[in-house]
Design a protein around this ligand. Structure first.
Ligand SMILES: [Zn+2]
Length: 453
């Protein structure tokens, strides 16, 4: 390979940052390369401190979940801090992410950094900035296996599900099996607890919202709904909007990396530049690039964790064409998070299709309330769907027509109605998936793809 093809480009050069930002990036990078064991082998690829920091990032590999797992938490603790001592001093905890497919990672959890990252994200949305103080009452509706108190065989009291200023609305992780009584209880608790912020898995809150609308229940309006834990579907947002007449913001991050993007009041997602840097790796044009691509996250200022170019596993769509009406200009701005790489499907011709593209197409199908599309072969797609307030056959026909526009005339699409769709463990909905997963590295524009060790 000639040297020219080895030079990798950085998308960060096209973004605007505050003057001190490149320095923070450089500090995070130097700490990783020179004071953190897990990055020892990366040092030989670093073009050195004399090079611009974004070029230094671009010359490095991506950090995968597999490496987080094999190196273990101690490998990512800088400056020889000792995890055992941190645990004894109650300064940190060890938290395992609840991955379902053998990709569980144990993370060092340092609460002050997490809180700072969350507070920084609030600054990127006018409603959050106005009401989120860090002392506000917050109700949470998500899988109790991700956060809260799981109890699948019985029920817990409201007191048992309350922790300080947080109320966890459900101890049950499968909304498709929630009883009417359980959802009535959630509404009653929202009315007595009166949260300022309601934080929710969009699919979970959508299920509750459909119940509220169907039963015409009165429900307390929080000042803000924050959607997190999974990528919201157009359908979910619409169902939530019918039950709650309040601002909705999507917050994007990961247990490993903290808060990475926050949706502003104008509906775009802004990078949390105070606590992270994001490298954008565009897909090749035939797969939706250069606006669609993957992201790698580097975190700042966590004394217990050095994370550089972490492949967070999601696909995003940039919004680089016009400044956001909210006036925020710093860092990467996204039009949307398009779903995870494991949610990618392909057309019969082999072109990548994001979960977001599928969702946009199905979002206009009247009567469709939940769906899941599985690509079973190179040109075969199977849709499972739930409908409400509409006959099944026209919903199926409209959904198949919408999918045909996405996958093209050669696609063979079948559809089956179901009562409801259950989330995958530990409680996240999968909207689209290919039975044989795609290699996401093969979709990248080679000029930007991460270097190999
Ligand atoms: Zn904005």
């Amino acid at each position: 390979m000639s040297m020219d093809t080895r030079i990798k480009h950085s998308f960060a050069l096209t973004s605007r940052y505050k003057p001190h930002y490149p320095q923070r990036c450089g500090e995070a990078l130097d700490e990783a390369l020179y004071s953190t064991q897990a990055y020892d082998a990366w040092r030989t690829l670093d073009p050195g401190r004399a090079s611009p920091v974004f070029s230094r990032f671009a010359a490095l590999p991506a950090l995968t979940k597999r490496e987080l797992r094999t190196r273990g938490p101690q490998g990512f603790v800088p400056h020889d801090r000792d995890i055992a001592e941190g645990l004894t001093a109650h300064e940190i905890e060890l938290v395992a992410t609840s991955g379902a497919t053998g990709d569980q990672v144990t993370n060092v959890w340092y609460q002050p950094w997490w809180n700072a990252s969350e507070a920084a994200s609030w600054q990127l949305n006018a409603h959050a900035r106005a009401v989120a103080t860090g002392a506000h009452r917050e109700a949470i509706l998500s899988s109790p296996w991700c956060v809260g108190f799981p109890f699948e065989d019985g029920y817990l009291t409201m007191e048992q599900r309350t922790l300080g200023r947080f109320l966890f609305l459900s101890e049950r992780s499968d909304p498709s099996s929630w009883s009417s009584d359980l959802m009535d209880r959630m509404v009653g608790e929202l009315n007595t607890f009166k949260p300022i912020v309601l934080e929710a898995n969009p699919s979970f809150l959508a299920r509750l919202s459909r119940h509220i609308v169907k039963r015409r229940l009165h429900v307390h309006s929080p000042a803000l709904i924050v959607l997190t834990y999974e990528n919201p579907s157009v359908l979910h947002r619409r169902q939530i909007g019918r039950a709650f007449d309040v601002p909705i913001a999507s917050s994007y991050g990961a247990t490993e990396a903290g808060y990475v993007f926050m949706e502003c009041e104008a509906g775009r997602l802004h990078q949390v530049t105070t606590t992270c840097h994001v490298d954008f790796l565009p897909f090749a044009p035939e797969h939706g690039g250069p606006d669609v691509g993957r992201i790698l996250v580097t975190i700042f200022g966590n004394p217990w964790r050095s994370l550089v170019r972490f492949d967070i596993g999601d696909v995003v769509r940039l919004d680089g064409h016009a400044p956001c009406p909210c006036g925020r200009r710093e860092g990467l701005t996204l039009m949307s998070v398009e779903g995870r790489t494991v949610n990618l499907t392909v057309t019969p011709e082999g072109r990548a299709v994001t979960q977001g593209a599928v969702d946009q197409a199905l979002g206009s199908v009247a009567g469709l309330v939940e769906y899941q599309i599985l690509q079973t072969g190179s040109s075969a797609y199977h849709l499972r769907f739930a409908a409400e307030g509409a006959a099944l056959r026209p919903v199926a026909n409209d959904a198949c027509d919408a999918l045909q526009t996405v996958y093209g005339p050669a696609a063979v699409i079948t559809a089956d109605p179901v009562e409801a769709i259950a989330p995958d463990p530990p409680g996240k909905y999968c909207l689209s998936k290919k039975l044989e997963p795609i290699d996401p590295d093969g979709l990248l524009d080679d000029q930007f793809s991460p270097s190999e060790l």
